[in-house]
Design a protein around this ligand. Structure first.
Ligand code: ATP
Ligand code: MN
Length: 153
């Protein structure tokens, strides 16, 4: 049933709680985990010139080392946690609008279930769901497991 599990991560604690669920599923189903971080093009657009944004789109972070480090730290944390259980992780960093990239990735890679946090880095709890999660739910027909950190013991 679950051969490919996608865990979109923004490196937040909430996403890490979701990782525990993804790892447990991956172990039970002997599945491959995919850890995906999306560099939010809208956020990047605010501060950078179009040339820089184009370069980042093509995966050349240049002197944008901070962006690259944040991305690698987020997917790397998933890979490290999974390695403790001998699980394989495909790590990927993409640029775009997070929910579209996540939904497109799920289609392109035959993802059987997406496991993600109810909230993320911005951590505003007034809404039941963060905007990325809400939009992913509206953008894909694939199963999505939403993990709320407050639902944990
Ligand atoms: P908002 O961004 O709407 O202000 P938030 O940051 O609390 O609120 P979301 O961004 O929706 O909430 O985050 C929910 C989940 O979506 C995260 O736990 C993570 O799984 C995923 N996610 C959010 N941003 C990204 C991203 N840039 N790349 C990959 N996954 C992401
Ligand atoms: Mn967010």
């Amino acid at each position: 049933m679950y051969d490919h599990i996608l865990i979109p991560t923004d490196g937040s604690n909430v996403a890490e709680v979701a990782v525990d669920h993804a790892i447990d599923l991956a172990r039970k189903y002997d599945a491959t985990l995919h850890a995906l971080y999306v560099v939010d093009i809208d956020a990047v657009n605010l501060g950078l010139g179009t040339e820089q944004v184009d370069r980042i789109r093509q995966g050349h972070f240049g002197d944008m080392e901070e962006l690259e480090e944040k991305a690698n730290a987020a997917t790397g944390a998933v890979a490290d946690a999974a390695a403790e259980h001998g699980l394989d992780v495909v790590e990927d960093v993409r640029v775009g609008r997070p929910h579209s990239v996540i939904a497109d990735y799920a289609e392109a890679n035959d993802i059987d279930i997406v496991v993600m946090g109810s909230h993320g880095r911005s951590g505003v709890k007034r809404a039941l769901l963060g905007s990325v999660t809400e939009r992913v739910l509206r953008s894909t027909h694939r199963p999505v497991l939403v993990v709320d950190e407050h639902g944990e013991d």
